[in-house]
Design a protein around this ligand. Structure first.
Ligand code: GDP
Ligand code: IMO
Ligand code: MG
Length: 427
C-alpha cells in the first residue's frame, strides 16, 4: 500500500493532523500538497501538545521525511519560526524537503488579504489573513514568486517588480493603502535564500522514485472538501485544491499511484469563517458542543461555528474524493448528549433534496432534515475496540457509515495519539 491521501471531508479541523500522526510510524514520507499556514493541526503526543501550521504533521514522527509539495504556499518567516520552535522542543527537522516549485507568500499578499476583506465588508470570506488567496491568485495569474526564484536575484527582482506594478496601483487607488517598494520586498525574500537552500529539492522526482522503491508516501491535505476552491461552498472557500485530486497536482504524482483515500470526519461538524452551513447550531447546544470539543481555531483562535453531522456533505465528500475509508473523530465529544441529530437530507424551499445542491442559492436555502439517534453517557475515552463501545455509540457509528457512502475504518475517542478504535487497518 504505497500511497495514501488523508484529507478533510467537512469544513476543516476534523483531526487530519492527528490521523496523519497516527500513521507516522508506518510511512516514509508525509507530503503537504495544498494550502499554507492557514492550516492549524493540533497533535498530542504523550500528553505534549504541538500546533503545526505550515509544516506537515509527519514532522513529529521519527524517520519520516516531511515534504512541502509544489502545491503549497510558503510564508518564509513562518517556516523558520515553526522549525525553530520544534527544534527547541527536541524535534529533528533536518529531513524536511521543500519543492523548488512551491510558491512563496510575499508580505504584500498579507497586506492585500486584509485590505480585500475590509473592502468586501459584509461580503467578506472571513479568511485567516495569511495571504493565501492573493498568493494563489498570483500563481494562476502567472505573477507568483517561487522558491527557486530565491536563487536567481535578477529574476526575483524582476518578478517582484512586475507583481507590485499591478498591486501598488490597486493598493493606492482602491484600498487607500501605502505603496510598497519592490526592492525592499526582494531584499526581504533574498535574506532567506541560503537558509532555505538545504531543504530545496525536485520533490516530484524524489516522491516518484520513493514510490518506485515501494516506500510509503502519505499525502496530507490542509483545509477540507467543503473549502476546496472547485468543490467547496464557493466563494466561501480557501484558494487551493484540498480534495484528492489536489494531492496529484500539488505533488507531481499520477493518480494511478494512489492506493487509498482516507477522509477524516468529525462525529459532528464545525466551520470557521463565513459561508453557508445548514446544520449550524446557534443556540446553547452549539455552545455546549464548542466547549466539549474545545472548538477554538488552532490558527486564529476564533471560536468555531458548531453543528450536527451532515450526511449529505459526507456523501458528497465520499463521491468527489473517491474515499476508501473514513476516520471518524471526536466521538467522545458527543458523550452525554441525550439525543444526537444527523442531517440526512435538506429541505430546499419545500423540496426534499438528498444530494448536495448543484446551485449555490439552493445550498444557502437548505434546511436540515434530521434523523435522531439516542445518545450514551458512559465515558468512552479508554475504549480500544468497537465491541466495547456502548450500544448507542455503536449504532450511531453504524448509522453514519450507512449514510455517508463509505466505511468508517477508525474512530477517534480522544486527542492523544493512542486514542483510537481501529475497525479496518488503514495501511
Ligand atoms: P486538523 O486541522 O484537521 O488537523 O484538526 P485540528 O487540529 O485543527 O482540530 C482537531 C482538534 O481535535 C485538535 O485539537 C485535536 O487534538 C482534537 N482531536 C482530534 N481527534 C480527536 C478525538 O478523537 N477526540 C477528541 N476529544 N479530540 C480530538
Ligand atoms: P485546517 O487545515 C478551518 C477557512 C477560513 C476562511 C476560508 C478562507 O486546519 O483544517 P484562507 O485564509 O484560507 O483564504 O480562508 O477558509 N480556513 C479554514 N477553516 N480549517 C482550516 O485549515 C482552514 N484554512 C482556511 O476560516 O473561512
Ligand atoms: Mg485545523
Amino acid at each position: 500500500m504505497p500511497a495514501v491521501i488523508v484529507l478533510g471531508t467537512q469544513w476543516g479541523d476534523e483531526g487530519k493532523g492527528k490521523a496523519t500522526d497516527q500513521l507516522g510510524s508506518e510511512v516514509d514520507y508525509v507530503v503537504k500538497f495544498n494550502g499554507g499556514n492557514n492550516a492549524g493541526h493540533t497533535v498530542v503526543v504523550d500528553g505534549e501538545k504541538f500546533a503545526l501550521h505550515l509544516l506537515p504533521s509527519g514532522i513529529l514522527s521519527k524517520g519520516v521525511t516531511p515534504v512541502i509539495g509544489n502545491g503549497v504556499v510558503i510564508d518564509l518567516q513562518v517556516l523558520f519560526q515553526e522549525l525553530e520552535e520544534l527544534n527547541e522542543r527536541g524535534i529533528d527537522t533536518s529531513r524536511l524537503r521543500i519543492s523548488s516549485n512551491a510558491h512563496i507568500i510575499p508580505s504584500y499578499n498579507k497586506v492585500l488579504d486584509g485590505a480585500t476583506e475590509k473592502f468586501l465588508g459584509d461580503r467578506k470570506i472571513g479568511t485567516t489573513g495569511r495571504g493565501i488567496g492573493p498568493t494563489y491568485a498570483d500563481k494562476m495569474n502567472r505573477v507568483g514568486i517561487r522558491v527557486q526564484d530565491l536563487f536567481d536575484e535578477s529574476i526575483l527582482r524582476k518578478k517582484v517588480r512586475a507583481a507590485l506594478e499591478q498591486k501598488n496601483h490597486l493598493l493606492t487607488t482602491m484600498y487607500g493603502a501605502a505603496k510598497i517598494d519592490p526592492e525592499i520586498i526582494a531584499d526581504e525574500l533574498l535574506a532567506y535564500a541560503e537558509r532555505v537552500r538545504p531543504y530545496v529539492i525536485d520533490s516530484a522526482l524524489m516522491l516518484n522514485e520513493a514510490l518506485d522503491r515501494g516506500e510509503m508516501v502519505l499525502f496530507e491535505a490542509g483545509q477540507a472538501t467543503m473549502l476546496d476552491v472547485d468543490h467547496g461552498t464557493y466563494p466561501f472557500v480557501t484558494s487551493s485544491s484540498a480534495t484528492a485530486g489536489g494531492a496529484c497536482t500539488g505533488s507531481g504524482i499520477g493518480p494511478t499511484r494512489i492506493d487509498r483515500v482516507i477522509g477524516v470526519a468529525k462525529a459532528y461538524s464545525t466551520r470557521v469563517g463565513e459561508g453557508p452551513y445548514p446544520t449550524e447550531l446557534l443556540d446553547e447546544v452549539g455552545e455546549q458542543l464548542r466547549q466539549a470539543g474545545g472548538e477554538f481555531g488552532t490558527t486564529t483562535g476564533r471560536p468555531r461555528r458548531t453543528g450536527w453531522y451532515d450526511a449529505v456533505v459526507a456523501r458528497y465528500s465520499s463521491r468527489v474524493n473517491g474515499l476508501t475509508d473514513i476516520v471518524l473523530t471526536k466521538l467522545d465529544v458527543l458523550t452525554g448528549f441525550p439525543q444526537i441529530p444527523v442531517c440526512v437530507a435538506y429541505d430546499v424551499d419545500g423540496v426534499r433534496v438528498e444530494e448536495m445542491p448543484d446551485h449555490q442559492t439552493d445550498f444557502h436555502h437548505a434546511k436540515p432534515i434530521y434523523e435522531y439517534f439516542p445518545g450514551w453517557s458512559e465515558d468512552i475515552t479508554k475504549v480500544r475496540s468497537f465491541a466495547e463501545l456502548p450500544a448507542n455509540a455503536r449504532a450511531y457509528v453504524e448509522a453514519l457509515e450507512k449514510l455517508s457512502g463509505c466505511r468508517i475504518s477508525v474512530i477517534g475517542n480522544g486527542p492523544g495519539r493512542e486514542a483510537a478504535i481501529v475497525r479496518h487497518s488503514l495501511i
